[in-house]
Structure formats: C-alpha cells, structure tokens
Design a protein around this ligand. Structure first.
Ligand code: HEM
Length: 423
C-alpha cells in the first residue's frame, strides 16, 4: 500500500479503496459499531437518535414543500392550500412537516428531561449540554418562523406579537423591530426573510448536532446510574445492542407519529390559521404553538413588558449555567432522594405553565402562572445549589455491571469481562 494511505480493514474492495483515502468507514465503525456504551441504558437513551431522525424528516419534507410554496403575502396562503389539494401527496408532506415539528419538540423535551433526571449535564458533559441548549434555541427560532409561512391569521398575529416583544428594550427596541420586519409592519419583506431563515436554520442545527454528538463521543454517554463505566464489563458495543434498542424506539415513534398525521393532523394546530392573514382583524386569542406555551406563560406572568421578555429569555438562558448551579457530586436522581421530589415539582410547574400559556391572560391563570414561574426559577437558583450541600445521597454502586448482574452483590469469580449469559 502506498505510503500516506490509511490501513483500511474493510473487506469490500471499493469501500476499502475509499476508506484508505478517506477513512469514513473506519470512523463509522469506531463511533457507531464498536463504540463502548454503558450496558444499562433504558429507553430514555433512545431520544437522541429519535431527534436525529426527526431532524432529517423535517429537512427532507421541508425541501419538497418549498418546491411548491410561494413566499409572498398574496400567494403564500393559496400556495399552501394548493399543496394540500393539488400536489401529489402534498397533504402528506405538509401534515408530516407540521406534526413533525410537534414530534420534534416532544422528543427533545423528553431528551432534555432525561438529562435533568440523570444529571447528564454535569461534568464532564457541560459543553455537550450547552450545545444542546443552543440547538433548542435554534429549534425554537426555526419553528416560530415556519409557523409564519402559511400566512394565516395566527401566522400573522403570532409574528406581530412576538417580534413586537423586542420593542420593550429601552432606546433601541423600536429600531430592532423595524429591522426585524424589514419595514414598518409584518409584511412581505418579513415573510421573505422568515422563509429564507427557515430554510437555512435546520442546516445550522444539523451542524451543531454534529458537534453535540462529537462532544458526546469524547466524554462517552452517561447512564441511569450516573456513575462512570469502570471497565469493559460495564459497556457493550453500540452495534448491535443499541442499534437494536434504538430500532424498537423508532417503531414506537413512527406509530405515534402516524396516528397524529393520519387521524389527528390538525389537533395540535389552531383553526384560525386556516383563515388568510388579515392585518385589520385581530383574533380574539392569539396563542403560540403548544411547545412555546410554558415560555409564553412566563412572559405574561410579569406585569411589566420588559420584565416579561427578560424573564422569558432567562428561563432558557438559565439552562446554560445549570451544570454550575447543581452543586451535587452525584448525577442520577436515583441516588438523590431529597432532590428528586423537587425535580418532579419542577416538571409539574413546567406543565402548569404549558396549560396556563394556552389560557386567556386573566385570573386565576395569571396568579397560577406567577407561582409556577417563581418555582421554575427557585428550583434552579436556590433549591439545586442548596441541596448539593445539604443532601445526603444514597450510596452509589461500585460499578454498572454489579447491580445489573447481581442485584448489587459481588460478581462470581472470573465473571468480569465475559458476556452476561456466561456470568
Ligand atoms: C436536534 C436536537 C438534538 C439531537 C438530534 C440530539 C442528539 C443527541 C444524541 C444522538 C445523543 C446520544 C444519544 C442519547 O444519549 O440519547 C445525545 C445526547 C445528549 N444530548 Fe442531545 N440532541 C438534541 C438536542 C439536545 C438538547 C436540546 C439538549 C439539552 C438542552 C441535549 C442534551 C444532551 C445530553 C446532555 C446528552 C448526553 C446524554 C447522556 O449521555 O446521558 N440534546 N443527543
């Protein structure tokens, strides 16, 4: 073999030729074949792979939709109706894309919850977590702009309300809003730039996901026990164990997705978005898509507009510093009996906010939103930092293999490193 080429062990001659010059096959084998992965993953560990599949579905359906979509205020609404009625399988493309956005947020919210419960954000995975938060912000921007594109009543008024939030910033607020709009109201330039950015951002997300997964493959995965693997007896090769387990999750995911698309395709949407945008008629209730509701509730919980905007952004920004707010050395909530109920209460506060965000801004929802908002921040800023110091965690298992194989008891002699059935 000529010098400078990679020594490829791939058996297929064509692949070997490529692999010797650009070792992508070797790299894939290393990262997704033999990659040592904790042996005790539960189904929560499916959701990263599901998010990846979801991202690809969104990109593919989005590309085909854009072949028939017209980003102009006079044609956008009708072009979407044409996709639904005249384009072959256009209805399917659109329903998969629209419900795919909801699926994406369901999957990513569960993915984030897994991180919170098992302490996956803690050292050494802080940067991996922060890249996740960047992805989450990009997802929200992309989804917001996507919802504007059909140019229905909710598209128009949602865009107006949310872009107007920036006007609360002192001095420069109004200029920022005009700059975002590209004019003096939400209009054609706004729709055009939103379409342009809505097409671009998923590829940016793709790039950040690459870094996210690259960072994961440096630190290795966390696991339900939150302890580090102590040796080969604690890990399994990613393939076939987790490719198989991820496939199980994928089937369940597609089943759920199909039920949404084929039986309840408009359940998560808003009927007002089937009315063409009309700048002269404001809908009675302007509500964002369900996945924004918790943050919308935080925004409305504060009587002052600027305060609301700041708190809403802070509710996500706080996730960036979470690895340093949680002072406990123990990752998994399984071993944190005191912190666990507080975390579940935080989850309740998140759902309460989600519910209140969809209700009119009146009593009792405003007061309930205020209490839930207060707890949302209290958990991160006070409870977690204090608990790390006050709590006595349960004793951690010595290794992953022990509790898996022997209910926490000692291993039989010679069992270490052998497949499970021989132990
Ligand atoms: C497009 C969205 C996302 C994709 C495609 C994605 C992809 C992945 C994949 C494939 C994994 C490894 C498999 C797994 O552990 O489930 C992973 C792990 C992880 N992700 Fe994400 N992710 C996304 C969003 C996020 C977000 C929003 C966060 C947090 C704010 C996040 C935090 C993490 C953490 C902490 C891990 C390590 C988990 C562990 O080892 O226990 N991810 N991600």
């Amino acid at each position: 073999m000529a010098s400078g080429l990679h020594k490829s062990e791939v058996s297929n001659p064509v692949l070997r030729w490529i692999d010797a010059r650009l070792p992508v096959v070797t790299m894939m084998q290393k990262e997704y074949g033999t990659f040592p992965t904790p042996r005790n993953f539960n189904y929560f560990w499916n959701f990263g792979a599901l998010a990846m599949v979801n991202l690809l579905i969104m990109i593919v359906t989005g590309i085909f939709l854009s072949m028939h979509y017209t980003a102009h205020v006079h044609y956008a609404f009708d072009s979407v109706e044409r996709i639904m009625r005249d384009v072959n399988y256009g209805w399917l493309l659109r329903y998969v894309h629209a419900n795919g956005a909801s699926m994406f947020f369901i999957v990513v919210y569960i993915h984030i919850w897994r991180g919170l419960y098992y302490g996956s954000y803690k050292a050494p995975r802080e940067l991996l977590w922060m890249l996740g938060v960047v992805i989450f912000l990009l997802m929200m921007a992309t989804a917001f702009m996507g919802y504007v594109l059909p140019w229905g009543q909710m598209s128009f008024w949602g865009a107006t309300v949310i872009t107007n939030l920036f006007s609360a910033l002192p001095l420069i607020g109004q200029d920022i809003v005009v700059w975002l709009w590209g004019g003096f109201s939400v209009d054609n330039p706004t729709l055009n730039r939103f379409f342009s950015l809505h097409y671009l951002l998923p590829f940016v997300i793709f790039g950040v996901v690459f870094l996210h997964v690259a960072a994961l493959h440096i630190t290795g995965s966390n696991n339900p026990l939150g302890i580090d693997p102590k040796g080969p007896q604690d890990t399994l090769p990613f393939h076939p164990y987790y490719t198989a387990k991820d496939s199980v999750g994928l089937v369940a995911y597609f089943a759920f997705f199909a039920i949404l698309v084929f039986f309840f395709p408009n359940m998560l949407g808003h009927p007002d978005n089937y009315i063409p945008a009309n700048p002269l008629v404001t809908p009675a209730h302007i509500v964002p898509e369900w996945y924004f509701l918790p943050f919308y509730a935080i925004l409305r919980a504060v009587p002052d507009k600027l305060g609301g905007v700041v708190l809403m952004f802070a509710s996500i920004a706080i996730l960036f510093v979470l690895p340093w707010l949680d002072t406990s050395p123990v990752r998994s909530m399984r071993f944190r009996p005191l912190a666990r109920p507080f975390l579940f209460t935080w989850l309740v506060s998140f759902f309460v906010l989600l519910y209140c965000g969809g209700m009119p801004a009146e009593e009792p929802y405003v007061t309930i939103s205020r209490v839930a908002t207060a707890y949302y921040f209290l958990y991160f800023l006070v409870i977690l930092p204090l608990l790390g110091r006050l709590e006595r965690p349960l004793p951690l298992p010595e290794s992953i293999a022990r509790p898996v194989l022997r209910g926490g008891g000692p291993l039989p002699a010679g069992a270490v490193g052998k497949p499970m059935e021989k132990a």
